[in-house]
Structures are given as structure tokens and as C-alpha cells.
Design a binder for this molecule. Structure first.
Ligand SMILES: [Zn+2]
Length: 271
């Protein structure tokens, strides 16, 4: 969690620029950089059953205001918008999560808008992702993106999962019995989507990962399919990535060299 080197370089820079505080886009009150995607643990650790939270919701909120993830014990899907951390519970409903709850896996950033555009109808998730990927390819597909899709969705298929009890099983096994699916029609809300470049395959899932929350903050989950009636899409392009690794006994013993690409695809797509 230490950022001594980075902070040192920022403060040296500030010595030479009088208006540093007002003009430096990347500096803010708690020294977390808005041009960085912060990641808690590895998706590959979560896949192997490491559902032990390693940082608090309070700490996560200092790193960003927008993101996705899950909670200690795999207790639901995490979606963060406008600085609020929500849980999409196993029953599909939403609650605001207290600051002291722990997080085993998440990606967040301080969202700032680099790209903005509007869409009319988009018929499914593949076409939606193609639309997003086109923008990424035009900008720089080797950087990171956090995306918001605010809109009306003619179809929204999401899932969430039951909190687990020790000993924890791998995620693929858990989802065989403990995930619940919810299908909504004509629902207004926000999708938060993360893009990871192709070279990130040992740390996370590459490409896109989407979570949804309804505008009235009552429904949400991990997105499996969607259709858009109309939407405004905003994209935050970031050139920084910072990884925080757990120090727990479970994580320590994991073999993270095992290729889990097929299992990850199964988990992400809910099949
Ligand atoms: Zn998810």
C-alpha cells in the first residue's frame, strides 16, 4: 500500500511548480491518483477461493469513486458509483455497504470523463462491447478504461451469489450451486465496466467486466447480457495501474501460475 516513491516524485515536482496544487490533475487530498486503476488482489486468487477481504470499504473509497468487485466471503457483487459502495445481494436487491466491511477483490478509479457519446438501440452485450472496444482501439487499447453506461435498458440480465462458509471452494464450484440470476426489462440505471488490455491475463480478466445498478438503487449485479434502448456512455482512459496484494495465509499458499482462462470465461459469462 506504500506509495513513497510516487509521493516523493510528486513533491519534488511541486517544489518547482508554484501552482502545483491547483493545476496538477493527478493530485488530490489523499494522494491517490485519478489516472490510475487500483486493483485489490488478483482475479486468479479469487478464482481459487480467496474470499478473505484484505482492505476496507473505507480504504477503497479513498482510491476511487467508481468501480466493481466483490466482498469478504464472496458476499454479493460490488458496484461503486459516485463514491458510494453498493452490494448487489444474493436476492438481487441492493444495500449500501458499511465502511468497515472488507474487500477481497476490486478495481476502482477516480472517474474523470475522457470520452463521451450517446447511443440509440444496441441489441445485446456483444454489440455493446464492440461499440466500447471500437472507442478503446481508436484511443489506445494497451491502456485501462473505466466506463459508465447510463441509460434505459430494454433487457438487463444479472447475477449475484451467496456468501460462502469456510473452507472456501473455487469460484467455478461455488457458482454451480450458489448464484442467482435476475432478468429485468425496461430498467433505467448505470453499468460500470472495466477494460483490461490483453497482456493483463495473469492478473485479471482481459477485455470487459460489467456490473449494473438500477437508477432507484434497488436492483443490480454482475452483467451477463443487456440490450440498450438509449444511453450516454462516458469513458475514463487511465495510464496507471496499481496492485495491492493480500498478506493472508490463503493467498500466500496459492499457485498463481496455473492457467485459469477457461474457468474465468465460465465465471464471467455465468455459463
Ligand atoms: Zn463481476
Amino acid at each position: 500500500m506504500k506509495k513513497a516513491k510516487y509521493l516523493l516524485s510528486i513533491s519534488l515536482l511541486c517544489l518547482t511548480i508554484a501552482s502545483c496544487n491547483s493545476n496538477n490533475k493527478t493530485q488530490n487530498n489523499n494522494n491517490y491518483d485519478s489516472e490510475t486503476i487500483h486493483q485489490i488482489s488478483l482475479l486468479q486468487g479469487l478464482m481459487l477461493g480467496d474470499y478473505y477481504g484484505s482492505i476496507s470499504v473505507k480504504e477503497l473509497k479513498q482510491m476511487g469513486d467508481t468501480g466493481i468487485g466483490t466482498f469478504d466471503k464472496l458476499n454479493g457483487e460490488l458496484i461503486m458509483t459516485d463514491g458510494v459502495v453498493y452490494r448487489a445481494k444474493h436476492d438481487g436487491t441492493i444495500e449500501i455497504v458499511p465502511d468497515d466491511e472488507l474487500i477481497p477483490f476490486s478495481n476502482v478509479t477516480k472517474f474523470d470523463k475522457d470520452i463521451e457519446f450517446e447511443t440509440k438501440e444496441i441489441s445485446n452485450i456483444d454489440e455493446t462491447l464492440n461499440t466500447l472496444t471500437e472507442k478503446v482501439n481508436a484511443k489506445n487499447s494497451n491502456q485501462y478504461y473505466m466506463v459508465r453506461i447510463d441509460g434505459i435498458f430494454s433487457k438487463m440480465n444479472v447475477r449475484s451469489e451467496l456468501a460462502q462458509k469456510e473452507p472456501y471452494k473455487p469460484l467455478v464450484e461455488v457458482l454451480k450451486t450458489d448464484q442467482t440470476f435476475f432478468n429485468y426489462e425496461n430498467i433505467e440505471g448505470t453499468v460500470v465496466a472495466l477494460y483490461m488490455p490483453p497482456y493483463m491475463g495473469n492478473l485479471n480478466t482481459t477485455g470487459w467486466h460489467l456490473h449494473f445498478i438500477s437508477k432507484d438503487k434497488t436492483k443490480g449485479g454482475h452483467v451477463l447480457d443487456l440490450s440498450i434502448t438509449s444511453s450516454k456512455i462516458t469513458m475514463d482512459q487511465t495510464n496507471g495501474f496499481e496492485l495491492y496484494l493480500p498478506n493472508g495465509e490463503f493467498f500466500k499458499k496459492l499457485d498463481l501460475t496455473v492457467n485459469q482462462d477457461d474457468d474465468i470465461k465460465e465465471v464471467e459469462q455465468g455459463q
